[in-house]
Write a protein that binds this ligand. Structure first.
Ligand code: SAM
Length: 286
């Protein structure tokens, strides 16, 4: 390790509730020579909230490559750099990896300052087994790639955890139902914030629920059980029309075509599918 080198600190910050910041995080941020952050305005307002005056510098996915080298050189020269992301733990689906790598290659000290991270909070509150889980980051945005990704983890004997966005969650739940079979799942939304919610249920039930207008709001994590529910036959007939329709609409089909395709996939007539769609939507609003 270079004798006079500084340190890279990876500092976790809150994912919503500011009380979740650690005392150590605040001390390290106050003492660092530079705070490297994704969005300088956002991080400055966090620092101001805690009365910390610090020099900030942007480090985000678009300048990560150049900045990683530049920051590693500064650390080599003796500077202490604290890296934060917009929320949670830097490096977890956020920039960080390249800088850690650049420091490790130079033999510089890298110190994690742990704290909140959304997937850990979600999996622990999901009510699904926590002894073994697989974290897959964001599921792909495109349907084909998403289904391939889901198929690739189907046989894992682990709880599956993914980050999701409000406009894709219904689609992801419907695809998960189709590819993985009916399973217990949870959607953990707005964790640590005012509208925090952990919605638990079968994949098909959650697909229906989150396809209802306005239901899918905020930041969310999808958690899926490792086991398929035994009564698969019954589950098949109970599969959500609304979830499938939402998925097909998100792929670009108009509502009529989406309903037709959902009816075909479930072996229903269009009228039957329409009746089920209406009652599922009415139930999810109740
Ligand atoms: N670095 C962050 C961490 O440690 O969790 C993750 C950053 S990633 C770009 C943002 C995603 O994390 C969101 O789209 C959402 O899936 C999840 N997320 C972040 N904050 C959340 C919260 N308060 N509740 C639920 N999910 C959250």
């Amino acid at each position: 390790m270079p004798e006079n080198g500084g340190t890279l600190y990876l500092v976790a910050t809150p994912i919503g509730n500011l009380e979740d910041v650690t005392r150590r995080a605040l001390r390290v941020l106050a003492e660092a020579d530079v705070v490297a952050c994704e969005d300088t305005r956002r991080t400055r307002s966090l620092l101001e909230h805690f009365g910390i005056r610090a020099r900030t510098l942007s480090y985000h996915e678009h300048n990560e490559r150049e900045r990683a080298e530049e920051l590693a050189r500064r650390i080599e020269g003796g500077a202490d750099v604290a890296l934060v992301s917009d929320a949670g733990t830097p490096g977890v689906n956020d920039p960080g990896y390249r800088l850690v790598r650049a420091c490790a290659e130079r033999g510089l000290r890298v110190v994690p300052v742990p704290g909140p991270t959304a997937f850990v909070a979600a999996v622990t509150a999901s009510g699904l087994p926590t002894d073994e889980f697989y974290f897959g980051g964001f599921l792909p945005a495109r349907a084909h790639a998403r289904r391939e990704k889901l198929a690739s983890v189907k046989a894992l004997r682990a709880t599956l955890v993914f980050y999701e966005t409000p406009h894709r969650i219904a689609h992801a739940l419907a695809d998960a139902r189709e590819v993985l079979g009916e399973r217990e799942a949870a959607v953990a939304r707005e964790l640590t914030k005012l509208h925090e919610e952990v919605a638990r249920g079968r994949l098909s039930e959650l697909a229906t629920r989150f396809s209802a207008e306005g239901a899918a709001r905020g930041e969310m994590v999808l958690v899926i059980d490792r086991d398929v529910i035994e009564d698969e036959g019954a589950a098949e007939t109970n599969a959500s029309v609304a979830g499938l329709v939402a998925g097909f609409e998100a792929e670009g089909l108009d509502p009529r075509a989406a309903l037709k395709r959902a009816a075909r996939e479930l072996g229903l007539t269009r009228d039957e599918a329409y009746r089920r769609l209406t009652s599922e939507r009415a139930r999810s609003k109740a």
